[in-house]
Design a protein around this ligand. Structure first.
Ligand code: UT7
Length: 328
């Protein structure tokens, strides 16, 4: 009997309208377009409107998926959200999205894995589909990074942007969909990329909020070194263990943190540039949003049966890779 796999059957993305360009940032911090472009590949990023929260991104994404797939809200069994910028610390943004979209038969939760959030969430979703208990699972990755970025800190504000995307996972009997996953973490990396206050370790107080430690802190060089090595290692590992050569891989969908990290990963995999999904120049680093946003933008170019490798590295540290066969 053939094994039921979990396949992506629809994808949708959302980015806010407001654009923050490198030129705009030149007026805010000591930086310039040339530095940002050559060091990161980013030209502009999107910024949410005041009051626009992750669940508002989620509503656009879910509504888009339902419309594309031609299904009713009641048919969805589960919603998993990968994000570090949910509407609240609790309840989960999954709960809020289910309410806003009328997903009355769904349950769900949020996953905190920074830039690897979508990969972690996708792998959890696939288990529920493969075991037969859930038929329609929506997996969302997205972040409103502008809500936790200090726009006086040039080390971080030039990189991050807002946006997200999601996919519908359904059972597949043709062997398409998710084939394999390798997910990793190393908590020793937490000190290099984090929000220092606001958690149970250091709740926000009147005093510590003046330190501006409620914003993202990143030691870029250290994170860069770990990202280059680990994202490439894990992408190569998943190719090797599935006997995939560079010729077999149709697309790499890499986390969009820095064009130099993306290039290093693709080089190690032996992939030509025309197989790498890239949109970092338009959206910057949307944390858990980058990979579903890529799938959304490249959807029309994807063919049934295409071998696609997803790979990410981020805060935690967390990293990983998922190998899937495109199902439509
Ligand atoms: O997505 C989650 C995981 N995150 C990542 O993967 C990000 C990984 N890190 C990076 O992408 C890079 O480290 C950054 C883009 C954040 C920084 O690039 P870098 O090449 O590592 O720069 P750096 O921090 O080593 O700084 C190089 C120089 C320094 O000047 P000196 O000391 O050489 O005179 C910095 O002060 O560039 C300076 N610099 C800037 N100059 C203009 C740092 N930030 C800026 C800036 N504009 N925004």
């Amino acid at each position: 009997m053939s094994k039921t796999t979990a396949a992506i059957t629809a994808v949708h993305g959302y980015v806010p309208e407001n654009i923050l360009s490198n030129k705009d940032l030149e007026k805010m911090v000591d930086t310039n377009d040339e530095w940002i472009t050559t060091r990161t590949g980013i030209k502009e990023r999107r910024i949410a409107k005041k009051g626009e929260a992750l669940s508002d991104f989620g509503k656009e994404i879910v509504d888009g998926i339902l419309e594309k797939r031609g299904i009713a809200p009641e048919e969805i069994d589960m919603v998993i959200v990968g994000s570090i910028t949910g509407d609240y610390r609790f309840p989960s943004t999954s709960n809020v999205i289910c309410d806003k979209c009328g997903l009355t038969n769904a349950w769900g939760f949020d996953i905190s894995a920074a830039c690897s959030g979508f990969l972690y969430a996708l792998d959890i979703g696939r288990v529920y589909v493969e075991n037969g208990t859930h038929k329609k699972v929506i997996v969302i990755g997205g972040d409103v990074m502008s809500s936790i970025i200090n726009y006086k800190d040039r080390a971080t504000c030039i990189i991050f942007g807002d946006g997200g995307g999601g996919v519908l996972l359904e059972p597949n009997e043709e062997g398409l969909g998710i084939q394999d996953s390798i997910l990793k973490s190393d908590g020793a990396g937490r000190e290099f990329l984090l929000q220092k206050i606001g958690g149970s370790l250091a709740p926000i107080t009147k005093e510590n909020v003046e330190s501006e430690d409620q914003y993202v802190y990143q030691e870029g060089k250290t994170v860069f070194k770990h990202a280059v090595k680990n994202m490439a290692d894990v992408a190569v590992e998943i190719m090797e263990r599935n006997n995939l050569t560079a010729d077999d891989v149709a697309w790499l969908a890499p986390h969009q943190a820095n064009l130099r990290i993306i290039d290093a990963t693709a080089n190690r995999m032996g992939l030509n540039n025309d197989k790498i999904m890239i949109n970092i120049e338009k959206f910057g680093n949307t944390t858990a949003g980058t990979i579903p946003l890529l799938l959304w933008e490249y959807e029309k170019k994807l063919k049934k049966g295409d071998n696609i490798i997803l790979a990410a590295f981020g805060g935690g540290f967390t990293w990983g890779s998922i190998y899937l066969k495109w199902a439509y």
